[in-house]
Design a binder for this molecule. Structure first.
Ligand code: NAP
Length: 251
């Protein structure tokens, strides 16, 4: 059980981040959500008692400024979830410098900026950092994920390095690597027919023949943040229903 803690979640107004925010909120935690463009959703969450702050995590000055604002709300942060992310599906031969740069800036640099800026609020008491990676960061056959995967592989090594460097502050750092979860990222703007085709593609490559829900990921984040996980750090929990299309010697 995680209750009475202060939790910061990036990208917490939609998708997986939203499910994480709701999970901690309903358990009685102070939940501070950072978002970039979902103003309306942010407003609604604010009315319900969430703290919401607009912050583009890829802009270091905004992140530093936001950490300062958070320090006026709370003296300490117990749990930090680096969730904000975007993806563009780009086959290698169609390399697009701008899209690649944007993914790196948000998915990887954003997590670095946020962790660095919020660390002073976590160091004294200790706590937990959970990064949202992806099974793409290990390498799957999902089409077009080459460049996105690079950003998520970066998150995985960042997780291990931070666990190593921040252990002395009693800060545990772990990652969750989701498989295919239905959110705006994966199904936004698609027809029902296109979505069903995608579901089928992933089901055929998944031991449990199913796809993921944001809550599946939120439950793991919640566990990793809890005292029950006090002996776990530097780990990557893959939650993908048992995908079988990893790029190894397997199949
Ligand atoms: P989503 O529904 O598209 O939500 C993305 C979230 O990231 C939104 O809350 C968005 O905020 C925020 N965000 C994007 N750019 C931002 C920026 N520059 N600064 C601050 N926030 C920003 O995506 P999702 O599926 O929930 O993905 C959440 C995380 O899970 C991502 O890191 C993603 O890579 C990872 N993941 C997803 C899947 C999947 O299948 N869905 C699988 C593996 C990993 P605004 O709405 O305010 O712009």
């Amino acid at each position: 059980m995680v209750s009475g803690k202060t939790v910061v979640i990036t990208g917490g107004t939609r998708g997986i981040g939203r499910a994480i925010a709701e999970k901690f909120f309903s358990a009685g935690n102070k939940v501070i959500v950072l978002y970039n463009s979902s103003d309306q959703e942010a407003e609604k969450m604010k009315e319900r008692g969430f703290y919401v702050l607009k912050c583009d995590v890829s802009k270091r000055d905004q992140v530093i400024d936001t950490a300062k604002k958070v320090s006026e709300i709370t003296k300490t942060v117990d749990i930090l979830v680096n969730n904000a992310g975007i993806w563009y599906l780009i086959p290698f031969e169609e390399f697009d410098d701008e899209k690649y740069r944007r993914m790196l800036e948000i998915n990887l640099n954003g997590a670095i900026y946020v962790t660095h800026a919020f660390l002073p609020l976590m160091k004294e008491k200790g706590g937990a950092i959970i990064n949202i990676a992806s099974n793409a960061g290990i390498g799957t056959s999902a089409l077009g994920t080459t460049f996105y995967s690079i950003t998520k592989a970066g998150i995985i090594i960042l997780t291990r390095r931070l666990a190593y460097e921040l252990g002395k502050y009693n800060i545990r750092v772990n990652a969750v690597a989701p498989g295919w979860v239905e959110t705006d990222m994966t199904i936004g703007g698609k027809s029902e027919e296109e979505i069903e085709k995608l579901r089928q593609w992933f089901r055929e490559r998944t031991m449990l023949h199913t796809t993921g829900k944001p809550e599946d990921i939120a439950n793991i984040v919640y566990f990793l943040a809890s005292d029950e996980a006090r002996y776990i750090t530097g780990q990557v929990i893959v939650a993908d229903g048992g995908r079988i299309d990893y790029l190894t010697h397997g199949i």
